[in-house]
Design a protein around this ligand. Structure first.
Ligand SMILES: [Zn+2]
Length: 189
């Protein structure tokens, strides 16, 4: 009796293993590929290759005021520069909004283009969009298309993040959007 059951149990185990492996592989394929991670005071930066990082760094061109402020930071590598820019933009956004949340920590995910942003959005919310960037309130994460990245685009999403961390009760969507637009407009002042 036991001998007769053994092949079935083995078969079931194999089947369960194959199913789990398939689920694991699908989950990996659904996630944006991320190869590098860097933490700073306010952010965790995720990106999948150095070229994307360099491209992002070139696209986030700081105005003269912000550039003067970043010179004081200790910058050796491109990664140092990008993370310093993100922290600086977060600090400036807080000044613009006059909101200084004490738990400010967000993730910034660099994606190559709009389609990659749309894929992540579809995965998270099941909707098709053509955003070049968005801030996920539930994940505290900015997803941004490097191809379309600019200071004002990043500042807008950082504005959403600061507002989200500041208020205990989330403001209505239109107010959220107004404050993000205000941050975008005044980030270089
Ligand atoms: Zn917005």
């Amino acid at each position: 009796m036991i001998k007769l059951l053994t092949p079935d149990i083995t078969f079931c185990r194999r089947l369960v293993f194959v199913c789990l492996w398939a689920v694991f592989c699908l989950a990996i394929l659904e996630q944006p590929v991320v190869a590098a991670e860097r933490h700073s005071k306010y952010a965790r930066l995720l990106y999948n290759d150095k070229e994307l990082l360099r491209d992002f760094n070139d696209k986030i061109y700081l105005g003269s005021k912000l550039r003067r402020m970043i010179r004081k930071k200790n910058i050796v590598t491109v990664e140092d520069e990008v993370i310093a820019k993100i922290d600086l933009i977060i600090e400036k956004a807080e000044v613009v909004l006059n909101m200084f949340p004490d738990n400010m920590k967000i993730t910034v995910v660099l994606l190559p283009n709009k389609s990659a942003v749309a894929r992540v959005y579809k995965q998270n919310y099941g909707k098709n969009v053509s955003h070049i960037a968005y801030y996920s309130l539930s994940q505290d994460t900015i997803y941004i298309s490097v191809r379309n990245a600019r200071l004002r685009v990043l500042a807008h999403e950082v504005g959403h993040a600061v507002v989200d961390h500041y208020f205990k009760v989330r403001p209505p969507y239109n107010m959220h959007e107004l404050m993000a637009q205000f941050t975008e407009k005044h980030i270089s002042d």
